[in-house]
Design a protein around this ligand. Sequence first.
Ligand SMILES: [Zn+2]
Ligand SMILES: [Zn+2]
Length: 594
Amino acid sequence: MSRRPTLSTITERTETTSGVISTTTNSAAEMEETKMQMAVRAAQLGEIQTVRFLLNGHVTANELDHEGCGLLHWAAINNKIEIIELILSHGGNVDLIGGHMRSTPLHWACYNSQIAAVICLIKNGANPAIRNMNGETPLHIAANTGNFTLIAYLLVKFDHIKDMRDNLGNSAVMRSAAQSFGLFPIRIFTKVDAHLDFTSDDTGDTALHVSMLRQNLTGAVELICAGADEDKKNKNGQTPYDLVNEKFGKHVREHVESRRVREQGSKYELMTSRWFLMQFFTASISGILIGAGLGLYYLTNFWVVLSALAIALPLLIFFLRKKRMDHFGYLPVTYICWMGMAELGLLIFDSEGLLHWSLLMAMCSIWVISASFYWLLILTDPGVMPRSKNPFNDFVEHLETKKIDRYCFTCWIPKSSNSHHCSQCDKCVDGFDHHCPWIHKCVYRKNLRFFIFFCLTNLIFDVIYVPVLIYMIAVSWGNVGFSQTLSDHGIMVLSLFFSIPHVIGAGTITYTQFSQISRHITTIEIIRNGRAHQDSDKSTSPSSTYNPWEDSPSIKTRVRNVCNLLVFDRFGGDEDGSQCETTSGSFETSESHI
Ligand SMILES: [Zn+2]
Ligand SMILES: [Zn+2]
């Protein structure tokens, strides 16, 4: 492993240097050293006047200090762009070799992920294919740091370096597999068609071996889907699957197969795949249950249905716990059908005309409105950001000219402060709030209003339906007794049983959304702020916890925020409704899959 200069070593060195500067000496050789050290310190701190003065006859642009490093190395690792340009204008060699590892300034800039310095050096002709003493190119160093933007920039800009290997036979993608966890930066390497099957000289492991060994599911799936050899054996005769337990290996194969079917499968394959059948089954599960319950009820009696439910419910809960929430995308459809059935049931139940027709009409209208908002949510996608058609050129242009370094490397578009790549939908969404597993759709700035109305109408329906049902059951109970009520209208008693958890769920979601809107904050901001707070806690006081309710706005502001959204479709105080200002700070260039 190479020696990596850190900021602390630089600080120590700077302190030593200042000590040397203050010492007076008569020896000419020592005087020369002092001038070089002064220049080094000025290059580290960005004191351009001092560097300019010293370069005019006191030190040369390619002179090395007593550690064998040039001024350009120090300017590069500290991101001092003006100093880099000054040294180069005085005849500095952009590929000057220096330091213990015999590295170039580009290596040094990559050590500290100094993107501006990397761009500056490359624009001035730095050669990214030069290897250091370990045979590492700057791309290897970037892969060690795990900075996606830097890796992408080097890969996109210089196609010929993607498959260069160090003295141990490791390519940069192998380094990334060993140093980073998750989908990135492996996906960037697969996008530029890097060779994935190089083996390490000492172990014979490929990048896939390393990913499997580290149980990096998304990384391993990405490598296999991009064509990495699943059967390649290392020096111990093990394939990548031999390095993990059977369960993890099965998990990887399932993900690979489901992605292959979704991306390349025929319609027949798609419709008979496990993934699709699972979707279909979960979509229709409540319909099947209601249908089976009704059939059983009319064929037998209430108690048989209740016993069947007592057996079915634990099984259902077990099944739901095993499966991911994104399989429930179609549940609202069945819920909306159920609302209709509830309405119909109420009409049949109410043969004596206890309920006023206007109440039944109101419930019917709410049902229609709720269904309309659901379909508006499902069928429209106004906040999805289109993928780049010319990804590499756009990326380089954005980075070099507009200095945009927050980027989505799946869609290859810049990330704004309030956009987010949803891993479930595999899309970048502007004004992201959260991914709703119940409707299997992202909720974001431009469909937030539909979502709120959908939740609200659900809740209003329940709030009317549950008391009406209780009233009807109570009246029937009073008239004909409990057992006769069960015998005549048992299905409505069961309906009440199912409505209560729903009213709690719909109430909680609606309350949370209203509360967030009134405070002009999105779900993802709460999550991000909570994480940032946790990180800062680690260095300060671990006992204090993040409180999202602090700095609560006044009631007047809250009411105004809610009205702005519901009436004028404006989020918070923004005037045109097209943008929402966020309170999020700066985040690393990474995909936070929530
Ligand atoms: Zn994206
Ligand atoms: Zn989503």
